[in-house]
Design a binder for this molecule. Structure first.
Ligand code: TRP
Length: 595
C-alpha cells in the first residue's frame, strides 16, 4: 500500500482477506467474549447479531463504496466525490480522532498477547500445571476427609445455586446494591457505627434501598444454605475414594486458577511491563505501515487467519468435553433478558462497529485501494460485505464457545472484564499440561498476529490523511503519528497499576482510563461516525456516483441495502444513542419483549 502511485489490492479475494484481516482481531477474541460476559450472555449476543445484520453490513458496504468511489482516505474521499471540500470531510476527521483513541488502548492489549506468547514459550502454563498437581496430591494425602467433603459441598452449592442467586441479585437495581455497599463502608470506617448508619438512613430512598438489599441478601443466603444442605447430603453419599479423587481434582483446578490469575496480574498491574510491550507492538505496526510490507501481511493473512480459526475450533472441541460446557452453552446460547444490563444495547452496537472496523473510515481507506469500477466480476459490493461480516462473526461466536466452557469449568466469573481471555485460556492450557504449552504458544502467537493486521489498518487511516492532505512523506507521517499514539497509550498501559496516579479514576468513576478509552471510542465515536456515513451514502451521495458503484447488482439486493442504509441503520443508531442520553428508554421495551 506504500507505493507512490495509488496501490491496489491484488484481487477481489485479496481485498476480502485484507479487510477481514482488519476486522478479525482483538475485537473478536478479546473484546467480544469479555463484553458478552459483562452483559450476561445469550440475549446480548442476539442483540449484537441484529446490530451486525441491520447496521453493520449496510454501513460496511457504504464505507467500501465511498472509498472505491473517492479513491482516497476518509477526509479526502468525501471531497473527491463531491468535487469540492464540504462539511462531510468532518466525518473523516472524526475517524482520524477515533482511530487515535482506539489504537492507543489496542496496543496495550496487543502487547499483552505478545507478553503471553513469550510467557508461553518459556512454559508458564507447564510450571503452573506441575506445582498445582504436586500441591493437590499433597492435599489428597494430608487433609482430613471431612474437610474435603465440606470443600466439595461448598463448591457444589456454588455451582447449583449460581443461576438462581444471581437472578435474585439482578432483581434489584444496581443502585440498590451500591447503597448497601456505601452504607457498609461508612459503618466500617466509623467510630460510632450505629450513628453512621442512622445518618445515612435519614435519606428515605437510601433507607428503602438498604433495607431492600439487606432483605434480598438474607433471602439469597437462605437459598445458598438450602443448596449447601442438599450438596452435603450428596457428598456424604460418596465413597471415600471418590472424595479423594474429586478433592484432588478440585484443589488442582483451584491452584491453577490462582496461578493463572497471578500471571495476569503480573502483566496487567505492572505498568512498565504493559508499556514495554505496547512500545514493541507499536514499533512493529509502524515498521509495517511505513515500509509498506502490507502485501506481505496480505499474503500471511491467507495462512494465519484460517490457522486461527482451526485453533479456535480445536479449543471449542476441547471445551465440549469439559464439565462446564453445559453451563457455558446455556450462558452463550439461551437469550435471557433478565441478565441484560441497562447499557447492554449500546454495548452491543458499539461492539458491532468495533469488530467490523466500522465508523472511522478504515473500510473507506481499504475500499479506496480497490479499483473504482463496478461489480460485474466477483461477489460485488454487498457480497463482499456479507463475506467479511460473516467471517468476523463466525470467529467471534466461536471465541465465546471456546472461552466460556473453560470459565465455567473452573468456577470463574464470566464478567471478568478485559482480562477474560488472558485468564481463561491459560487455565485450559495449564490443565492440559505438556501439550498445552504448544497450544498456548500457537494461540497467543496467532492472537498477536490478528491484532497486528488490525492495528495496521488503524494506523493507516491516521497516516494516510497526513500523507494525502498534508503532503507528509509516508515515513515521516508513520513515525510521528505512531509515536504520538504510543504516548497517548501510556496512561492506558499504566491504568491497572495500583502505583499509578491516574488509577485513582477507578474508584471515583467506576472505570479506569483504559476502560474509558475503550468504551468512549466504541460506544460513542464509532456509532456517531457510522451514522453520518450511512446518512451520506443513503441520502447525500450523488446518485450518479452511487449508481455507478451499485451497477450490476440485482434489484432486490439494491433495494434492501438502500432501505437499510437510509432508514433502518440510522434509526437504530439514533434510537440507541438517544436512549443512552436518557431521552428514550428502549431497554424497558426490550426487556418487556423478552419476557
Ligand atoms: N476490528 C478490529 C478488531 O476486531 C479492530 C479495528 C481495526 C478497528 N480497525 C478498526 C476498530 C477501525 C474500529 C475501527 O480487533
Amino acid at each position: 500500500m506504500a507505493g507512490t502511485s495509488r496501490a491496489q489490492w491484488g484481487s477481489r479475494l485479496g481485498f476480502i482477506l485484507a479487510a477481514s484481516g482488519s476486522a478479525v482481531g482483538l475485537g473478536n477474541v478479546w473484546r467480544f467474549p469479555y463484553v458478552t460476559g459483562d452483559n450476561g450472555g445469550g440475549y446480548f449476543i442476539l442483540i449484537y447479531l441484529v446490530c451486525i445484520a441491520l447496521v453493520g453490513i449496510p454501513i460496511l458496504a457504504a464505507e467500501i463504496m465511498i472509498g472505491r468511489a473517492g479513491q482516497k482516505q476518509p477526509v479526502g474521499a468525501f471531497a473527491a466525490i463531491e468535487g469540492r471540500r464540504t462539511l462531510w470531510g468532518g466525518v473523516g476527521w472524526l475517524g482520524v480522532i477515533a482511530g487515535f483513541v482506539i489504537l492507543s488502548f489496542y496496543i496495550v492489549v496487543a502487547g499483552w498477547s505478545m507478553d503471553y506468547t513469550l510467557k508461553s514459550v518459556v512454559g508458564f502454563t507447564n510450571g503452573i500445571h506441575k506445582s498445582a498437581s504436586i500441591e493437590a496430591a499433597q492435599f489428597r494425602g494430608q487433609a482430613p476427609v471431612e474437610e474435603m467433603r465440606e470443600m466439595l459441598a461448598e463448591r457444589k452449592a456454588d455451582e447449583t445455586s449460581r443461576s438462581e442467586t444471581s437472578a435474585m441479585r439482578r432483581a434489584l437495581a444496581p443502585k440498590t446494591w451500591r447503597d448497601l455497599d456505601r452504607m457498609r463502608s461508612a459503618i466500617e470506617g466509623a467510630v460510632d457505627p450505629s450513628a453512621a448508619r442512622a445518618r445515612l438512613m435519614t435519606d428515605d430512598e437510601v433507607l428503602a434501598n438498604v433495607e431492600a438489599a439487606e432483605r434480598k441478601e438474607a433471602a439469597i443466603e437462605a437459598v445458598r444454605a438450602e443448596h449447601l444442605e442438599r450438596a452435603r447430603v450428596e457428598i456424604a453419599a460418596l465413597t471415600e475414594n471418590d472424595v479423594l479423587e474429586r478433592a484432588e481434582d478440585t484443589k488442582r483446578r483451584d491452584l491453577i486458577a490462582e496461578g493463572v490469575g497471578a500471571a495476569f496480574g503480573a502483566t496487567a498491574s505492572d505498568g512498565w511491563t504493559s508499556a514495554f510491550w505496547s512500545l514493541l507492538f507499536m514499533l512493529m505496526t509502524i515498521l509495517i505501515v511505513a515500509g509498506g510490507v502490507a502485501e506481505g501481511i496480505e499474503r500471511a493473512c491467507r495462512v494465519l487467519l484460517p490457522a486461527l480459526l482451526v485453533l479456535i475450533l480445536v479449543m471449542v472441541v476441547y471445551g465440549f468435553f469439559q464439565p462446564g460446557f453445559a453451563a457455558a452453552a446455556e450462558f452463550v446460547l439461551r437469550p435471557d433478558a433478565s441478565r441484560l444490563l441497562p447499557s447492554s444495547v449500546l454495548e452491543a452496537l458499539g461492539q458491532a462497529f468495533f469488530t467490523l472496523s466500522l465508523g472511522m473510515g478504515a473500510m473507506i481507506t481499504y475500499g479506496s485501494y480497490q479499483r473504482a469500477e463496478a461489480n460485474r466480476a466477483g461477489p460485488g459490493l454487498i457480497g463482499e460485505s456479507v463475506a467479511i461480516a460473516g467471517i468476523d462473526t463466525l470467529i467471534a461466536l466461536l471465541a465465546c464457545l471456546m472461552i466460556f466452557p473453560i470459565i465455567f469449568s473452573f468456577g470463574q466469573a464470566p464478567a471478568a472484564g478485559p482480562g477474560l481471555v488472558f485468564i481463561s485460556m491459560p487455565l485450559a492450557f495449564a490443565e492440559i499440561g505438556a501439550g498445552g504449552m504448544l497450544l498456548a504458544i500457537l494461540f497467543f502467537g496467532l492472537l498477536f498476529f490478528a491484532a497486528l493486521t488490525s492495528s495496521i489498518s488503524l494506523l493507516e487511516v491516521i497516516v494516510s490523511y497526513f500523507i494525502d492532505e498534508r503532503d507528509w512523506s509516508r515515513t515521516k507521517a508513520t513515525w510521528i503519528l505512531g509515536l504520538v499514539v504510543l504516548a497517548f497509550g501510556l496512561p492506558s498501559a499504566f491504568s491497572m497499576d495500583p502505583g499509578f496516579v491516574m488509577s485513582g479514576w477507578e474508584p471515583s468513576y467506576g472505570a479506569n482510563f483504559f476502560d474509558v478509552m475503550d468504551h468512549l471510542s466504541s460506544n460513542w465515536m464509532l456509532p456517531a461516525g457510522g451514522l453520518l456515513i450511512a446518512i451520506y451514502a443513503g441520502w447525500f451521495m450523488p446518485k450518479r456516483v452511487r449508481d455507478a458503484q451499485l451497477d450490476g447488482l440485482g434489484a432486490p439486493i439494491l433495494l434492501g441495502w438502500l432501505l437499510l442504509v437510509r432508514f433502518v441503520a440510522p434509526a437504530l443508531v439514533i434510537a440507541v444513542l438517544l436512549q443512552k442520553v436518557g431521552i428514550l428508554n428502549i431497554d424497558d421495551l426490550l426487556i418487556g419483549l423478552g419476557g
